[in-house]
Design a protein around this ligand. Structure first.
Ligand SMILES: [Zn+2]
Length: 493
């Protein structure tokens, strides 16, 4: 009997055939791959119509169950009464991370994948496609913050595995290899540089420096821990030795935009540019009781005004500005501090906007520290003797632009899934946080998919993404990978 959608002979696993196509009628219990004597796969992505693509559905229940079953490894704090209301504490390269990694390797091997581990412990599981060429991957990370949740990173890896399972279930033949990546130490919580392993792959960090990185509050290095848990791979950690055909990453938004706007899927266009500075304000220590305001060089009061102004100016320019570290000397109740140092983190979607903000702040800070009024910050109070301001650039991370054709595949896939409701539910966004995709995008076509998380909470045990949103994200991911596979074949890349 011929299936009307896939126009191929129906296999024994599809117990019913109708004009909607056999896969529609394969309940998940019957979706497991049966031992087949014929190596020929059922359907090629290049032969699929949009209708057929829309009929390729992940198993949402399986995704949810498997994801939570693996959260046994590295369980964190309980925050609610529900069975999954428990946070995660799966620091990279610890024993719980090893268990999660072992599961990843075993599972992907059981799906028929070839699994390789590189020198940073990044794991690449590849399902064979028809043609030679670097794989189209779904990638993210299984490590978490010490008080993290169950979805940041974890969802992206599980969704990738669910995508491969679905391709197997439906015997889909991709034109190019497809796969899943588990990136090492994305969080930078234990070894304090985030995304360091995708960074080594991209050539942004040297392997030597990455190996030397010592854990926070301990002595182990990234290399000694890779060795200890058996994940120091032999494959070179490099985009040259191990190229990526495309990288799709599903991730929770970690912000409130989708949830508050009724959005379901974010098609992420890129990541913000950011710069980190250390600002030093120098004045003069003096007695708080004997020094009149006009005779002071109050470094703390000046720093407070500078921080306030950075906020107001960033807001006016559509940027972000934040101070997270503040130090002052000498630190005595009855001494006006003569020395203050603070961190300044500024962010924008566009490199040019960020540079403009930086230049403006440099001029304004100087004037404010001299007692001149800028936008009202010195309008009140008594003018003192002034302070000096010194800037030091610590980090400069330019804006990341993802690959337009990958973004389009995400949008098409999301719209196809949401159907007539798709209207305002799929929106283009910019990532406020860093992700492994920022590094992969330097050497491979990349895009990200965001799904809402409750109240935008992340890096917190109470981080939550509903079964519906997890499923939507994974479905969009699979659709994007298949569409991109088809696109690659058409383009011949
Ligand atoms: Zn993450």
């Amino acid at each position: 009997m011929r299936c009307q959608i896939f126009r191929s002979l129906c296999r024994p696993r599809s117990n019913r055939v109708s004009d909607l196509g056999c896969i529609f009628y394969c309940p998940s219990s019957q979706r497991q791959r049966l031992f087949s004597t014929t190596p020929r796969r059922n359907v090629r992505t290049t032969e699929m119509t949009d209708e057929q693509l829309a009929a390729v559905k992940i198993d949402r229940e399986r995704l949810w169950k498997v994801l939570h079953s693996t959260c046994e490894w590295g369980k964190g704090e309980r925050w609610g009464d529900g069975p999954t209301d428990i946070g995660m504490s799966r620091l990279t390269l610890g024993d719980a991370d090893k268990q999660a990694r072992d599961w990843f390797v075993e599972t992907t091997k059981s799906l028929g994948c070839k699994v390789q581990i590189d020198a940073m412990g990044n794991i690449f599981a590849v399902r064979t496609g028809k043609n030679e060429g670097p794989p189209t991957y779904a990638g993210s990370h299984l490590d978490t913050q010490p008080t993290g949740g169950r979805y940041d990173g974890i969802l992206g890896v599980h969704a990738g595995i669910e995508a491969l399972k679905t391709m197997n279930d439906l015997d889909i033949e991709t034109e190019y290899d497809t796969g899943v990546i588990n990136w090492t130490n994305e969080e930078g919580a234990r070894f304090p540089i985030s995304m360091i392993s995708s960074g080594v792959w991209a050539g942004a960090f040297s392997l030597e420096n990455a190996y030397k990185l010592v854990e926070v509050g301990g002595k182990a290095t990234q290399k000694s821990e890779l060795e200890r848990i058996g994940y120091l791979g032999t494959l070179e950690a490099s985009h040259k030795a191990n190229p990526i055909g495309a990288h799709f990453e599903l991730h929770i938004e970690q912000g409130p935009i989708l949830e508050s706007s009724g959005g379901k899927i974010g098609a992420v266009e890129g990541a913000q540019a950011y710069k980190w500075f250390t600002i030093t304000v120098r004045g003069r220590d003096c007695h708080t009781g004997t020094t009149e305001f006009q005779n002071r060089s109050d470094a703390m009061l000046t720093a407070a005004k500078l921080i306030l102004h950075s906020h107001n100016k960033a807001r006016a320019d559509g940027c972000l500005a934040s101070t997270g570290i503040l130090k002052l000397r000498p630190g005595s109740t009855n001494t006006v501090p003569g020395w203050v140092q603070f961190s300044l983190d500024i962010r924008s979607r566009e490199d040019a906007t960020l540079s403009k903000l930086e230049e403006a702040l440099k001029k304004d800070f100087e004037r404010i520290a001299n007692g001149e009024d800028v936008s009202g910050v010195n309008a009140q109070g008594t003018k003192g003797r002034g302070c000096t301001v010194e800037w030091q650039l610590d980090t400069d991370s330019p804006a990341t632009k993802f690959y337009e054709d990958c973004i389009k595949c995400v949008e098409e896939s999301a719209k196809s899934m949401l159907g007539t409701n798709a209207g305002g539910q799929v929106r283009r966004m910019t990532s406020g946080a860093g992700h492994d995709s920022v590094y992969t995008s330097r050497h491979a076509p990349t895009a990200m998919i965001f799904v809402p998380c409750r109240e935008g909470i992340s890096h917190n045990p109470a981080e939550y993404c509903s079964p519906e949103d997890c499923g939507n994200g994974a479905q969009t991911l699979l659709g994007a990978m298949l569409r991109y596979d088809r696109y690659r074949a058409e383009k011949g890349a």
